[in-house]
Ligand binder design. Structure first.
Ligand code: NAG
Length: 241
């Protein structure tokens, strides 16, 4: 018979487990920012389900590959976290490079390069392209830039402040994010030429995966088509009566 006498050894779920010093408000704020990559990933997945845009899918694939690379690097390099990991119960995993830093800098690099390209190459592609398909206003790009860099700084600061990484590990993580972010941006820019053909495949037709960067404002376009279809339907029912 199985014995339930022993106290089961409960461990915290690592992915979302964060610790900060009691009564430390700044630590508490930074503990929230440390969760940003998970929240961003979830948000982007929601945006993909709702918008079915190629650029959202590509960003998600890129960020996921970047994360996998970071975890593989940690396993290969095998550099422990700083001694503070003991208070955080985080010594079970390696610290080089910081995958949080790599994640946010990958994202910030993509947003920045897209903004630069948009500003200096007005012709190709015609419109600003975000995961949310609002692509007419330069202001959206500026807003994204003003959000993504402070966010990246907060996430990186949180990793050091809370004691999960030392400065060297977040710097190298950031460099890795810069490298893979630029690489992915360039790869994606090249692949964009194949989007029209790819959109016609069975896969894209099944999941309605599309590239609407040629439409100035996808929201305005959808709104107009919806109203148009509605009035056509009303006209048809009137005729039938
Ligand atoms: C990321 O880079 C791609 C590649 O050119 C671009 O189409 C996309 O809009 C960028 N994503 C963001 C969020 O800036």
């Amino acid at each position: 018979m199985a014995s339930f006498q022993t106290v089961p050894n409960k461990v915290a779920f690592g992915l979302t487990y964060v610790r900060y010093t009691e009564h430390d408000t700044w630590g508490e704020i930074l503990a929230f920012f440390t969760l940003a990559p998970i929240l961003i990933h979830t948000g982007l997945f929601g945006a993909l389900l709702a918008r079915r845009e190629m650029c959202t899918a590509m960003l998600l694939v890129g960020l996921t590959l970047n994360e996998v690379i970071s975890l593989v690097l940690k396993k290969l390099i095998q550099e422990p976290r700083p001694e503070t990991c003991e208070f955080l119960e985080a010594c079970g995993s390696f610290g080089m490079p910081s995958s949080h830093a790599q994640y946010v800098i990958f994202l910030a690099t993509n947003v920045t390069l897209a903004a630069i390209r948009h500003k200096y190459r007005k012709v190709q592609p015609p419109f600003l392209h975000t995961p949310f398909a609002v692509n007419r206003f330069d202001n959206v790009q500026l807003l994204l830039l003003l959000l993504v860099w402070p966010l990246a700084c907060m996430v990186i600061e949180s990793r050091m402040y809370l004691g999960y990484h030392n400065a060297d590990q977040v710097v190298k993580g950031s460099l890795a994010g810069l490298f893979f972010g630029s690489l992915w941006f360039n790869l994606e820019a090249r692949l964009q030429a194949f989007y029209p053909a790819f959109q016609a495949t069975k896969f894209c037709r099944t999941f309605f995966l599309k590239d609407s960067s040629h439409i100035p404002n996808a929201f305005a376009y959808e709104y107009a088509s919806c109203l148009k279809a509605q009035s056509q339907r009303e006209a048809a029912t009137k005729k039938a009566e």
